[in-house]
Design a protein around this ligand. Structure first.
Ligand code: ADP
Ligand code: MG
Length: 567
């Protein structure tokens, strides 16, 4: 540390570029500091540092790393502590531009594998970004000394050296319990589980935190199951949703979309206190919605759309500007293509003509003049022929009673099982509509992306940059995916940007189907870690978190530059 302080003293008042000379690593009493990347000027993105705390200074218990879920939970809880230490420290470092900033990738409500904190048997590593202090464009050595002699050590002392073993253990135990529930779901063919007492609604449309004074979840008796979980005596009870077709019905404003959104997020684990700690969903569940205006490239949407005007080929369908129904059809087919086993659909965000067509309309508009085979004619085939379940929010059409295995009614935020009532109604009022769509769902065509789909070059360099949660700048074009609702953290978006650049740099697309490509990407994340996709493998890799394959695919599928072949 002395060495760094001396350097900073000497640099005081010099041009900003001279900061480059501090790149390197420094020994502190309780940790090692790595200055991996030094920004070129005070307005550029902040410098990247890593603090590595050897296990000799802060013990790493073997049990914390025993499973992947525990390791992620350990890293997550420490990252939360580091984030709070920075906010609560309320540090002020003078500086122009971005200088003086201290940035850290603090987790949100989801517990994701991320690069911000890495724990191994040998050490804990904390990745922080700092704006090296400047006056105008000159180095402010005194403020830099404060940053490295006082602020950073305080942050580490108030996090890594303050968090107790019990706090970490508690997080790993929650992870064990979540994994136990997931295992039980697998054994019993449940695609979603919502524990009694869960808090589903969020504080507001822009907040992912639990609503205060919400009505706690309570399972209908018919759906209630009891699961033994580790680290606690009494089993957890709650509602299980079985494979097959489940309808969620109910009056407007009675909590239908809220429960579906909680189910959507259940593909991830949530932190203690979130209200969704024991809300878990099939990890291969994909939210499907209409998304008019999206680009579609070479997708076989013929199970849903045929005989378009002007004879457009729907078995290899491309458009720069999809309609509501064609976009929703493409979203379904793309999800199936890469392995979705459950589809989640809300009528609020669906195209009506994609979802339903009733008897009267069938009489007026004859089949050969209607390109769409509505979802109601395919939902059971997908379940029976392809093993793909659906959970569907549908308050507007009782026709779906005919194809539902289970019907849940939301009333004042409380669910009731009304499957028998719905069957009764069907018996008394049989469907008149013509259900004679062809009997087989048909094929899900595999595609592979040609290498020239990826155009990350900007001048001589590759450039991909995430802009918030739903946009990536790739070379000279933008990829937008505002309606990809299960992407939850901008760090996931940054990771997808890194993956795209990696695939281009290494010409990795050639020949593989999209599903195979995603298998390879997931294997590499498992085996070599998230950082292995970045150019800073053994340094601060940037603030990245693990996305699911479905969201990686969603981004690739929305590239305006995509070029595909079918297999
Ligand atoms: P629907 O889709 O049935 O029209 P929503 O799910 O959009 O209804 O819910 C309507 C409103 O009720 C929302 O503002 C939501 O936050 C709130 N809400 C939903 N569930 C609960 C609950 N369990 N407790 C309190 N408020 C809730
Ligand atoms: Mg709704």
């Amino acid at each position: 540390m002395k060495e760094l302080m001396q350097k900073l003293k000497q640099l005081d008042g010099k041009g900003y570029k001279a900061y480059k000379s501090v790149q390197g690593h420094y020994k502190y009493k309780n940790f090692n500091l790595h200055l991996d990347y030094v920004q070129g000027d005070p307005f550029a993105s902040p410098s990247k540092i890593r603090v590595v705390i050897p296990a000799a200074k802060r013990e790493v218990k073997k049990t914390w790393l025993e499973t992947e879920a525990r390791k992620t939970a350990t890293e997550d809880i420490i990252a939360r502590k580091v984030g709070s230490a920075i906010t609560q420290g309320n540090f002020f470092i003078k500086g122009s531009g971005k200088s003086g900033q201290i940035l850290f990738d603090k987790p949100g409500q989801e517990v994701l594998e991320r690069s911000a904190v890495q724990v191994s048997p040998e050490s804990m590593t904390v990745c922080i970004s700092v704006g090296l202090p400047a006056n105008g464009r000159r180095i402010n050595g005194r403020e830099a000394e404060k940053l490295f002699s006082s602020v950073i050590p305080q942050v580490i002392n108030n996090s890594v050296f303050k968090i107790t073993d019990e706090e970490i253990q508690k997080a790993t135990q929650l992870a064990d319990q979540q994994e136990a529930i997931r295992a039980e779901m697998q054994t019993n063919d449940w695609i979603s589980f919502i524990a009694n007492g869960s808090i589903l609604p969020r504080e507001s449309g822009i907040s992912n935190r639990p609503m205060k004074n919400a009505v706690a979840f309570r399972s209908p008796a018919e759906n209630e199951v009891s699961i033994n979980i580790p680290h606690r005596v009494e089993p957890v009870k709650g509602m299980a949703i079985k494979r097959g077709v489940t309808l969620i019905v109910g009056g407007g404003y009675h909590g239908k979309s809220t429960i579906l959104q909680a189910i959507e997020r259940g593909v991830y684990s949530h932190v203690e206190g979130d209200g969704r700690g024991f809300v878990l969903t099939d990890r291969d569940a994909v939210k499907i919605r209409a998304e008019d205006g999206r680009k579609v490239t070479g997708v076989n949407i013929s199970p849903f759309i045929n005989n378009l005007p002007h004879k457009q080929d729907t078995s290899f369908f491309s458009t720069e500007n999809a309609s509501g129904s064609t976009s929703q059809a493409a979203n379904v087919m793309e999800a199936l293509e890469v392995g979705a086993s459950t589809l989640l659909i809300d009528e609020d965000t669906s195209a009506t003509n994609f979802m339903i067509r009733d008897h009267r309309m069938q009489q007026l508009v004859k089949k050969d003049k209607e390109p769409i085979t509505p979802f109601i004619d395919r939902i059971k085939q997908m379940s029976d022929q392809r093993g793909v379940s659906t959970i569907l929010v549908m308050g507007g059409s009782g026709d779906y009673f005919a194809v539902a295995d289970s019907v849940i009614k939301m009333e004042s935020y409380v669910p009731y099982n009304v499957t028998d009532e719905a069957r009764d109604i069907m018996r008394k009022n049989p469907l008149e509509r013509d259900m004679t769509a062809d009997q087989s769902f048909g094929d899900v065509t595999k595609r592979s992306f040609k290498q020239n789909s990826l155009q990350t070059k900007k001048g001589k360099n590759h450039k991909t940059q995430a802009k918030g949660l739903t946009k990536i700048i790739m070379g000279r074009t933008d990829i937008s995916f505002d309606d990809t609702e299960q992407l939850v953290d901008p760090s996931q978006t940054r990771m997808i940007a890194e993956i795209i650049q990696y695939l281009d740099r290494n010409s990795e697309l050639g020949g593989k189907s999209l599903a195979e490509l995603l298998d390879d990407i997931e294997q590499q994340m498992d085996r070599d870690g998230l950082a292995s996709f970045t150019v800073f493998k053994n340094q601060h890799p940037g603030d990245i978190a693990r996305p699911r394959r479905y969201e990686i695919a969603a981004v690739l599928n929305r590239m305006r530059t995509a070029n595909v072949t079918q297999k």
